[in-house]
Unconditional design. Structure first.
Length: 145
């Protein structure tokens, strides 16, 4: 009886360890990175917004690079601006070893820094693995309304 109980506890611990060590699917990690960036934007946390962006990030075909995007959010933070972002469903599709994630986002603001940029956008992002993290290296967006 005691051996059976010990064996059952050992098996349970081993299964728990294996389940705990299971890595999240890449698609889920990319969704989490998008959610992280959205939360960072709403908090006007420039460094957190930069976390999922690759160093060579290209926004809208050269309109905005990583540093410009981070600096824009940093200025919004220093000015006490508020930003609200509502992300629609995220579609993540593999393209070889990379992924493309598409979603809609609605931006609203209580400040004056970004009023012309507020509205609803269709966004397409491209992701590649850098080390153990997925980084967005390209994004394009078009205003919907």
């Amino acid at each position: 009886m005691a051996k059976t109980l010990i064996w059952a506890l050992f098996c349970g611990a081993a299964i728990s360890t294996m389940v705990g060590c299971h890595r999240a699917p890449d698609e889920l990690l990319i969704r989490r990175a998008i959610e992280h960036a959205t939360t960072a934007a709403e908090r006007t946390d420039a460094s957190a917004l930069g976390d999922p962006l690759a160093d060579d990030f290209d926004g809208n075909g050269g309109e905005l690079d990583r540093q410009q995007l981070v600096d824009l959010l940093r200025v919004a933070h220093f000015r006490g601006e508020t930003l609200h972002a509502l992300t629609g469903p995220i579609t993540v599709e593999p393209h070889g070893e990379r992924y493309v994630a598409s979603f809609s986002i609605t931006l609203t603001s209580g400040g004056k820094l970004l009023p012309a940029q507020m509205g609803m956008y269709k966004v397409e992002t491209a992701w590649r693995k850098e080390g153990s993290a997925w980084r967005c290296y390209s994004a394009s967006w078009t205003r919907q309304l």
